[in-house]
Design a protein around this ligand. Structure first.
Ligand code: ZN
Length: 108
């Protein structure tokens, strides 16, 4: 729904200019510039944070997944895992003990 009034960003800039004008006891021109710069920095920072918060993509449909038979071993602690389904034929190895696991043997 589009508001008939000015955007919240413009309203915040105008209110901020009035507040800074009287709190800092400076000219309208300086207060307006300060509030505009502060608003732009806030907006850029907010957009950067929003870019980090990208949602995890939906999992592929079961028909689009590949059946694989791969066994991985952790080179540090020796744990083994078997991967049976992956999104690609040559999936990236899982991690264990903060390291990529080694492929033991593709079971055919
Ligand atoms: Zn491990």
């Amino acid at each position: 729904m589009k508001s008939r009034f000015a955007s919240p960003f413009i309203v915040a800039l105008l209110v901020g200019t009035v507040v800074v004008r009287f709190v800092a006891d400076t000219s309208w021109w300086r207060a307006g510039i300060a509030v505009l710069v502060a608003g732009l920095m806030l907006r850029v920072g907010w957009m950067m944070i929003g870019g980090l918060a990208r949602p995890v993509p939906d999992p592929l449909a079961p028909g689009e997944l590949r059946k694989v038979k791969l066994t991985y071993r952790c080179s540090i602690c020796g744990a083994e895992v078997r991967m049976t389904v992956a999104a690609r034929d040559d999936p990236e190895p899982p991690r264990h003990c903060l390291e990529d696991m080694d492929v033991v043997a593709p079971v055919e």
